[in-house]
Design a protein around this ligand. Structure first.
Ligand SMILES: *[C@@H]1O[C@H](CO)[C@@H](O)[C@H](O)[C@H]1NC(C)=O
Ligand SMILES: *[C@@H]1O[C@H](CO)[C@@H](O)[C@H](O)[C@H]1NC(C)=O
Ligand SMILES: *[C@@H]1O[C@H](CO)[C@@H](O)[C@H](O)[C@H]1NC(C)=O
Ligand SMILES: *[C@@H]1O[C@H](CO)[C@@H](O)[C@H](O)[C@H]1NC(C)=O
Length: 444
């Protein structure tokens, strides 16, 4: 009896397995993705952060420097190896949506001619590392992306529609200054061609993206999420996306025609900062520097292509003096400054903690002035040589356009979400404070 039950059970299991495998082959559909995940690496030579896109085929990975102030995606490539690459016609509706400047004229210049298509939808690119600009045609090809549930990597999807980017001739002119691990840049501004805008419209997911920049170049990577929370960073076991402090995104009041040839007032991501303080004391400077005037001068932006936060001279000088005083109270031993930094200390005179060297807190007061983005030593200081720790803020000069440019070093190991619907930026507490970091292995 028991053996026959056993027998039936085996038959049943076999049948069930057979039915399941037939039905999974015939009708299995991947679930609708809710968010996507991209790796972020840091090049410790150039201090640039870059990600990987799989374009044209799953095997064709392209490394691209992240630029929050870039409008489109561009890289050097050979259009002929991109199996399904197609130029976008400059007379099309799509080209209008992509905010094109004109129709591409390839001419006979061999540098321009390789892979160039006459009448392609022309757009302008700028490389912030060599401040060069060129106009090139936009094309499109398939994009392959990994989904995520906020913790691990899920299924890989092909985008329903091709992704727009420019395939440039292999020429040093535009890529000069980029990390030599990369072939171009990915623009993360709020344009119709941006990766986050494309994925959010193509997959109907929330128009949000988040960066978690790594502080090291080790094999464990940081991440960019597209589609919104949850964001999990073990060993901390709560969704970091529910604990963000927020700052309004401020609309740039003037045309960016001086920077790009496009006349629209969409620019980088400016946030509403109200104050800066050191060890809970407000740093004294003219607060009008924190708002953007009619000429577009002033305000605070976030920039992954700026290694260290850069301040307009009056703010820099006040911060330096406030920090120096607070450091002296904490008995930090000052040593000669190492350019471009203005205040350096003997590292041995500073205690260490899970959030880096124990130094005066620097707080950026956000909307309403009640919340602040706190920088601990890991973000406010940099070890420039053995036993020399410097305040990792730089004097940008007195005529900079933007008063506060928050740089990569200050963004590392925070989860920073750009919500383009509300619109606002959400910032986590330092993941180091949660005994975690942005560098995490995300397994299948
Ligand atoms: C990048 O540059 C470094 C040093 O400048 C060099 O050692 C390395 O081989 C280069 N890598 C590539 C891929 O060219
Ligand atoms: C702050 O700067 C603005 C603009 O330059 C100026 O009009 C104002 O008088 C300054 N305020 C103080 C208190 O210096
Ligand atoms: C981003 O672009 C979308 C679509 O063009 C627009 O609806 C949204 O308001 C933009 N967000 C910001 C913050 O500019
Ligand atoms: C982080 O680790 C330290 C020491 O290992 C421990 O004392 C602290 O409670 C931990 N903090 C959190 C938020 O887990």
């Amino acid at each position: 009896m028991s053996s026959s039950i056993h027998h039936y059970a085996v038959i049943f299991l076999c049948l069930a397995a057979a039915i399941f495998s037939v039905s999974s082959a015939a009708t299995f559909k991947k679930p609708k993705p809710t968010a996507f995940l991209f790796p972020i690496r840091k090049d410790t030579k150039t201090l640039q952060y870059y990600t990987t896109l799989d374009i044209s085929s799953r095997e064709n990975s392209v490394q691209l420097v992240l630029d929050l102030g870039g409008q489109h995606t561009w890289f050097t490539c050979n259009a002929e190896v991109l199996a399904s690459f197609k130029a976008v016609d400059c007379h099309s509706r799509k080209c209008k949506d992509y905010k094109s400047t004109s129709c591409m004229r390839c001419g006979s210049d061999p540098a321009v001619n390789v892979g160039c298509t006459d009448d392609a939808c022309a757009v302008d690119y700028r490389n912030p590392f060599n401040t060069r600009e060129i106009g090139r045609g936009l094309g499109e090809d398939a994009l392959f992306v990994d989904s995520t549930n906020g913790l691990s990597v899920g299924f890989n999807y092909q985008s329903p529609k091709p992704f727009p980017f420019s395939c440039l001739e292999s020429d040093e002119y535009l890529i000069g200054g980029l990390s030599n691990e990369t072939k171009g840049m990915i623009g993360l501004m709020n344009t119709t061609t941006s990766l986050h805008a494309q994925l959010s419209t193509q997959f109907k997911i929330p128009h949000k993206f988040a960066l978690c920049l790594p502080s090291t170049s080790d094999f464990i990577l940081g991440h960019m999420f597209i589609g919104g929370k949850p964001y999990f960073y073990p060993p901390y076991n709560k969704d970091i996306g529910r604990e963000l402090i927020t700052a309004k995104l401020v609309r740039y009041p003037v045309s960016t025609a001086n920077v790009f040839s496009v006349g629209d007032p969409l620019d980088e991501y400016f946030i509403d900062v109200k104050s800066i303080s050191v060890d809970h004391k407000i740093v004294a400077f003219n607060a009008s520097l924190l708002s953007i005037n009619e000429e577009g001068t002033g305000g605070t932006t976030l920039s992954a292509v700026t290694p260290y936060t850069t301040l307009v001279t009056p703010i820099y000088e006040s911060l330096l003096s406030a920090f120096t005083k607070a450091a002296a109270l904490r008995k930090m031993k000052k040593v000669s400054a190492v350019a471009p930094f203005g205040a350096c200390y003997k590292a041995k005179s500073v205690a260490k903690s899970q959030t880096g060297p124990v130094v005066p807190y620097i707080d950026i007061g956000l909307t309403g002035g009640k919340q602040h983005w706190r920088f601990y030593g890991a973000n406010s200081m940099v070890l420039v040589k053995k036993d020399v720790l410097c305040l990792a803020f730089v004097d940008g000069g007195s005529s900079v356009r933007t008063s506060v440019v928050i740089g990569g070093h200050q963004m590392e190991n925070y989860l920073i979400e750009f919500d383009l619907v509300t619109p606002k930026v959400g910032i986590s507490t330092s993941l180091l404070f949660r005994n975690s970091t942005c560098s995490q292995t995300r397994l299948l």
